[in-house]
Design a binder for this molecule. Structure first.
Ligand code: COI
Length: 356
């Protein structure tokens, strides 16, 4: 009747309004920074409590030249994504997991951290304030970068007297220039990413600069990224600079166990649950570099990389290829299940998405 058509009309006007986006070349987004409208900032001094967070125009902010983060690396970051649903609304993927991981990392780095509610509220506010930068469904996502730094001034080696929590966002497409095509990895034989007792298991800023040297060399030689081995036996897989790694053999999926030297990825954990839910056996265990000679598929997981199929791995001049230049069956299936869930195209039975 008349009233239901009025409702339909209003709904479609509402949808048109909510899918309004900035004018960007959505088909050619890579993983690069597009400055957006707003960032979120919240500070904490001596008492260990964060308060008075606010949205500010995105841009430079003041920092003491002796800030602890700049000198001694007291800092942590997170990464998560917002996807646009077909109805124009926006979905966050497991933001509480990032909040929790930041709290665990902050403890390791002797930093206070926002509560889970403060963290999630900050993410929601920042994404909503920058909603027009969330790519249309299927064209990418809005990458959200929370950052916690020791912003207060220090000179001696000690934790900073003040902390700043920041959130900014950038629309992104594929992380690797290969797009969705398989990537080529090289096993790093000289440098290591982390050691037992170190900070490899938390998302501290210093873990990333330390991989640049090996990554630069790998990229110069045409590889997409570097695969690190454990520093004691120089034999077991750890992770790639930007993601975790999985191997598949006879339909059994294996991935290095989290034991302090690899990053406990939220995509890693989600993929393990999705795969088990589909009946796959998933093992978290030491995976040796020799096993790479004899597996059917290899793929990487991460917030930025999502699920990236691996087409080849080179170790000590020996190159092993997977998937005959295409994406493996298991990798494809898991990629599709995860991204459909993240975009709101399949039912979220796990309660992993948060609608904004
Ligand atoms: C992420 O996947 O969010 C990360 O933090 C990896 C980063 C190196 C891009």
């Amino acid at each position: 009747g008349a009233s239901s058509s009025t409702v339909r009309c209003e709904a479609s006007m509402y949808n048109r309004q909510t899918v309004e986006t900035v004018d960007l070349d959505w088909d050619n987004l890579g993983f690069a920074l597009f400055p957006t409208d707003y960032m979120y900032m919240m500070k904490c001094s001596q008492n260990g409590m964060f308060s008075k967070g606010e949205l500010l125009r995105y841009g430079p902010f003041e920092l003491s030249p002796s800030s602890g983060a700049l000198h001694y690396g007291q800092g942590l970051f997170e990464g998560l994504k917002a996807y646009r649903k077909e109805d124009g609304s926006v979905l966050l993927f497991r933001p509480q997991e990032n909040a929790l991981r930041m709290r665990i990392g902050a403890d390791r780095m002797c930093m206070p951290s926002p509560t889970i509610d403060q963290f999630v509220d900050a993410i929601r506010l920042t994404v909503l304030a920058n909603k027009r930068w969330v790519p249309p469904t299927g064209k990418g996502s809005l990458y959200i970068r929370p950052l916690l730094i020791g912003s207060g001034a220090v000179l001696g080696v000690s934790p900073a007297p003040e902390y700043t929590f920041l959130v900014f966002v950038s629309p992104v497409g594929n992380y690797f220039k290969e797009g969705l095509a398989p990537i080529n990895l090289i096993v790093e034989n000289e440098y290591h990413r982390a050691g037992p007792g170190g900070t490899g298991g938390v998302k501290t800023i210093g873990n990333y600069a330390s991989v640049f040297r090996a990554l630069k060399k790998a990229k110069e030689n045409g590889y997409s990224d570097v695969l690190y081995l454990d520093c004691i036996h120089k034999k077991y897989l750890e992770e790639v600079s930007s993601c975790n790694i999985f191997v598949v053999k006879n339909k059994v999926i294996s991935t290095p166990e989290v034991k302090g030297t690899i990053l406990p990825g939220i995509t890693r954990k989600s993929i393990i649950d999705v795969a088990r839910g589909q009946g796959y056996q998933v093992e978290e265990r030491p995976v040796s570099v020799e096993e790479l000679l004899d597996v059917d598929e290899v793929f990487c997981t991460g917030t930025a990389v999502v699920v990236a199929p691996v087409g080849s791995i080179t170790y000590l001049e020996r190159r092993v290829e997977y998937g005959n230049k295409g994406i493996g069956v298991v990798s494809q299936q898991l990629y599709s299940s995860l991204t459909r869930l993240q975009m709101g195209l399949s039912e979220d039975k796990m309660g992993w998405t948060m609608q904004l």
